[in-house]
Design a binder for this molecule. Structure first.
Ligand SMILES: Nc1ncnc2c1ncn2[C@@H]1O[C@H](COP(=O)(O)OP(=O)(O)OP(=O)(O)O)[C@@H](O)[C@H]1O
Length: 241
């Protein structure tokens, strides 16, 4: 089967800095893959290229058989890639429900259909009881789940998650991990996550890609990647293994 997402030799330079250096990997339909690596390794830049924020300086990105590198963010989103941001950015003055409806309207013209879909998504993310609350008054764990809900409301085939577990306690991390596993199992949602919280990576990912100084230094099954000497030296440290 052809992969849902194919990243081939993708690079991005910011002035003198090679932020992403000829990175290649594939994500199969229905997979949960993770990108890990130290701060500044190029993970968010890679996501930004997949999501259409930056065009790569070199390389190809193919999604569902179509080249998407160079498309604009809304064109990428229309094709079925939903994303969250490292710094959560819901509309603060809107309620939880209104925020999720905004996402749902991307693929729906009808507001009542968008609202019905938003209700579905909020139930899945344990946000339904908080739907009337303003985003600005939410706790961090709730805002993180709202960020996932907003992305999910756009009906993605591929969900890009940028550090959704950061700052959460282990019980809250486990709650999001369980929700993501359920979405993957029930709807076949393909997930690519950037994550520093290894507890979540090990619980979720079937395959890990490791970036360091922009380059892919290792990839494979989680059990193998965490024992890889280059990964331990550059990122995990010996105590993590
Ligand atoms: N818009 C930009 N302009 C200039 N330099 C940038 C820009 N975005 C990222 N960089 C630089 O590119 C490099 C990779 O950054 P990136 O944010 O992709 O790393 P990261 O792996 O996501 O890090 P973190 O784990 O801290 O989020 C860094 O040196 C960063 O300073």
């Amino acid at each position: 089967m052809s992969p849902l997402l194919k990243v081939e030799g993708v690079s991005k330079r910011f002035r003198g800095l090679l932020a992403v250096d000829k990175v290649s990997f594939e994500v199969p339909q229905g997979g949960i893959y993770a990108v890990i690596g130290p701060n500044g390794a190029g993970k968010t830049t890679l996501f930004n290229m997949i999501a259409g924020v930056f065009a790569p300086d070199g390389g190809d990105i193919t999604f569902a058989g179509e080249r998407i590198d160079g498309l604009l963010p809304n064109q990428v989103a229309q094709r079925g890639i939903g994303r969250t941001f490292q710094i959560v950015r819901p509309f603060p003055a809107l309620t939880v429900e209104e925020n999720v409806v905004v996402g749902a309207l991307m693929k729906r013209k009808d507001v009542s259909a968008a609202r019905a879909h938003a209700h579905d998504v909020m139930r899945r993310l344990d946000l339904y009881d908080k739907r009337a609350q303003r985003a600005s008054s939410m706790t961090l764990p709730d805002r993180k789940r709202l960020e996932v809900a907003r992305a999910l409301a756009t009906d993605p085939k591929l969900l890009l998650l940028d550090e959704v577990m950061a700052g959460l306690r282990p019980t809250e991390t486990d709650r999001i991990v369980a929700i993501l596993k359920e979405l993957n199992r029930d709807s076949g949602l393909t997930i690519l996550l950037i994550e520093h919280v290894m507890r979540a990576v090990m619980a979720l990912a079937q395959h890990i890609v490791v970036l360091h100084h922009g380059a892919n230094i290792a990839e494979g099954a989680p059990v193998d990647v965490v024992r890889d000497k280059a990964v331990i030296d550059s990122y995990l440290g010996a105590e993590a293994v």
